[in-house]
Design a protein around this ligand. Structure first.
Ligand code: HEC
Ligand code: HEC
Length: 269
């Protein structure tokens, strides 16, 4: 009898030690999983595959073509993509097969852009949801998808770029940038599980931006500790006007509706 209880005790202690050691890791892995989204995954994948080595960090500006200063690998922004790709299928074709070899008239201008550089084919390295994630990231980074011109949501998007919110919150609020010492280990996004957890009302949204935190977390015995220990914290933008808060809010609502802005066909502006 005694030895049985001893065994139970040993197992219980073992499990407790294991949970204590792995707990924080398990919590952050779980958070990472539940708040993942295609844009965030696609950006990560593009980093791993080396896309940004040619197209510039986050597709901002491609590398030069020596001797042809005005040319080079196209960045993903600035509307250059419009010459090459019109829809999801064409983006996929570029990724799978690389530079078009047939030089169809529509692609001639694109190809001339980077005479000494070819887009490699990734068919053997990318498939299924990975391909969809890359397309989602490309559409968002290239500005192929943003709220309709003139709408309050579009003003919120422009404001977010102007104030550099995305440098912490990820491209188009996709979240996930590392934040050591925070509860989840990363900066939360503006849609999906992150957002519904952190922003439970319009009043909380306004407080985040005006005060840089919310009372619900400041008053919580655990959360308040993380607020202090995290390396990046949300700046307080007291100067944001009520009209600007409305626009930022409208933008986050647009992100919820379009699942991060990558759904649907390209929207010419
Ligand atoms: C070796 C350099 C290089 C790498 C690495 C590279 N590309 Fe490209 N990419 C190019 C060049 C050059 C072009 C345009 C040339 C052409 O049309 O022939 C291009 C064009 C494209 C286009 C078409 C439109 C546009 O605006 O850029 C897409 C989409 C694209 N690349 C996505 C990707 C993705 C996604 C990855 C990573 C999986 C990637 N590229 C990796 C060089 C590269
Ligand atoms: C220096 C990095 C940084 C910048 C710049 C920044 N934020 Fe934040 N933001 C954070 C962090 C970190 C949190 C989470 C804070 C926490 O857990 O205490 C946060 C939280 C938020 C939240 C609530 C949680 C969520 O789902 O994202 C909103 C909304 C928000 N920020 C909006 C903005 C807006 C709008 C701007 C630009 C005007 C902006 N942030 C700029 C770091 C930043």
């Amino acid at each position: 009898m005694k030895s049985r209880w001893l065994r139970v005790l040993i197992v219980a202690v073992f499990v407790a030690v294991l949970l204590f050691a792995l707990g924080p890791w398990m919590v952050s892995a779980w958070w990472r999983h539940r708040s993942a989204n295609p844009v965030r995954r696609g950006v990560q994948l593009a980093r791993e595959l080396g896309c940004f080595s040619c197209h510039g960090d986050l597709g901002r500006a491609g590398i030069a073509d020596p001797g042809h200063e005005e040319k080079g690998v196209p960045g993903w922004g600035g509307g250059v993509w419009m010459m090459y790709v019109a829809n999801d299928e064409e983006v996929k074709r570029y990724i799978l097969d690389g530079s078009p070899q047939d030089h169809a008239p529509a692609q001639t201008a694109a190809h001339e852009h980077a005479e000494h550089m070819e887009m490699p084919a990734y068919r053997d390295h990318v498939s299924g949801t990975d391909l969809d994630d890359l397309v989602a990231a490309f559409k968002v980074l290239s500005g192929m998808r943003k709220p309709p011109g003139g709408s309050p949501a579009r003003k919120g998007y422009d404001l977010s770029r102007q104030w550099d919110c995305f440098s912490c919150h990820g491209p188009a609020g996709s979240g996930g940038l590392p934040n050591p010492g925070s509860f989840t280990g990363f900066v939360p996004g503006w849609y999906g599980a992150d957002f519904s957890e952190m922003v439970q009302s319009r009043a909380e949204f306004d407080a985040w931006i005006h005060e840089g935190s919310i009372a619900r977390l400041r008053d919580h015995f655990m959360a308040s500790r993380y607020l202090e220990s995290q390396r990046l914290s949300m700046p307080a933008y007291e100067q944001m006007t009520p009209a600007q808060l409305d626009e930022l809010w409208a933008y986050t609502q647009w992100l919820q509706e379009t699942d991060g802005g990558y759904q649907g066909e390209a929207t010419p502006w």
